[in-house]
Design a protein around this ligand. Structure first.
Ligand code: SF4
Ligand code: SF4
Length: 318
């Protein structure tokens, strides 16, 4: 593989790479998840993607108290509690070398995130070129919020396009438009969330108003690039699944010329364990996911408001 770009040394904070995904598009997809997000959606299913920095998670239910991590930590940052048998980290000493994660025989300590150069990321993605070719798939860059790392993302996308790989991005669009502009020339498909159309409720559920996001969608739609826009609505019972919100979404979508379809992403609680491992509070842990019937009914309602635009039910929150 020959990288055409002079910026191959740019690095990104990468959470993980998933291969052979069949969600979120055609064919087999390789999804590059980046770390860091400016929003704090209460329903976030990937809390490990929120912080831009590398993080360490700990699953006490896996830990057997062998003490290997305590002995091998070069900073003497770890100890085992006599009371709870829990491995404790002195954060003032931990240098995030992740020796403990690498050596734990139970995989009770987990490293979330690593730094990766453009060259490394494209190298990983291009390993799947043969699958992209035969299945019609490609790469999707997701997060966190990938457009918070615009240099890294634009370089990865540019290199992938140079290799003939189909490109997509999953974004909240809560970023300066300059970040978005850097990536548009190299994008085939743009997946963007509309989490709530009411600016106050958007702020309440997500942490920021939606005006920047709506402006950015309009600007991207007016850009010269022939990308497809897919609007996604995370379906959160009681938060944004109301007639009034879906009607506002449908109205807004009528003005988007590049819109290809609308996707509903049912709420789920798959991130519950990760919240525990990171000792983070999961605000919606008691909220039940929507039933299939409800999601289908909401999809029909939305289709009725804007019959020209297909409505698809996706695989769930990312
Ligand atoms: S990440 Fe490194 S410094 Fe931190 S607790 Fe683990 S071994 Fe020690
Ligand atoms: S090495 Fe793993 S299993 Fe052993 S005490 Fe540390 S966290 Fe627990």
């Amino acid at each position: 593989m020959i990288l055409m770009n002079h910026n191959a040394a740019v690095t990104g904070s990468v959470l993980r790479i998933e291969r052979a995904s069949i969600h979120d598009g055609k064919g087999l997809l390789t999804v590059l998840f980046l770390k860091g997000c400016p929003l704090r959606c209460r329903w976030c299913s990937t809390p490990e993607s929120q912080s831009f920095g590398l993080e360490k998670g700990y699953a006490q239910d896996r830990c057997i108290g062998c003490g290997i991590c305590v002995r091998l930590c070069p900073e003497r940052a770890l100890s085992i509690s006599h009371d709870t048998q829990k491995v404790l980290t002195d954060l003032s000493k931990c240098k995030k070398c992740f020796v403990c994660a690498a050596k734990c025989p139970q995989r009770a300590i987990k490293q979330y995130g690593s730094l990766m150069s453009v060259k490394e990321a494209v190298g990983e993605i291009s390993k799947d070129e043969i699958f992209f070719f035969y299945s019609g798939g490609g790469v999707t860059i997701s997060g966190g919020e990938p457009l918070s790392q615009p240099e890294f993302v634009s370089e990865v996308l540019r290199e992938c396009r140079a290799l003939g790989i189909h490109t997509a991005i999953e974004t909240s669009f809560h970023v300066p438009y300059e970040n978005i502009e850097k990536t548009l020339p190299w994008l085939n498909v743009l997946y963007v969330d509309l989490k709530h159309m009411d600016k106050d409720l958007h702020k309440e559920w997500v942490g920021h108003e939606n005006s920047l996001i709506l402006d950015n969608i309009k600007k991207a739609d007016q850009s010269e690039y022939p990308l497809e826009i897919i609007v996604r609505i995370p379906m959160i019972p009681g938060a944004n699944d109301t007639d009034s919100n879906l009607s506002a979404v449908a109205e807004f979508c009528k003005s988007i010329k590049k819109l290809k379809e609308i996707e509903l992403l049912p709420y789920h609680r798959l991130g519950t364990e990760t919240y525990k491992h990171l000792e983070m509070e999961y605000l919606l842990k008691d909220l039940a996911p929507p039933s299939k019937e409800l999601i289908c009914e909401r999809a029909r309602f939305l289709t009725g408001l804007n019959p020209g635009v297909p409505v698809r039910i996706g695989s769930g929150l990312g």
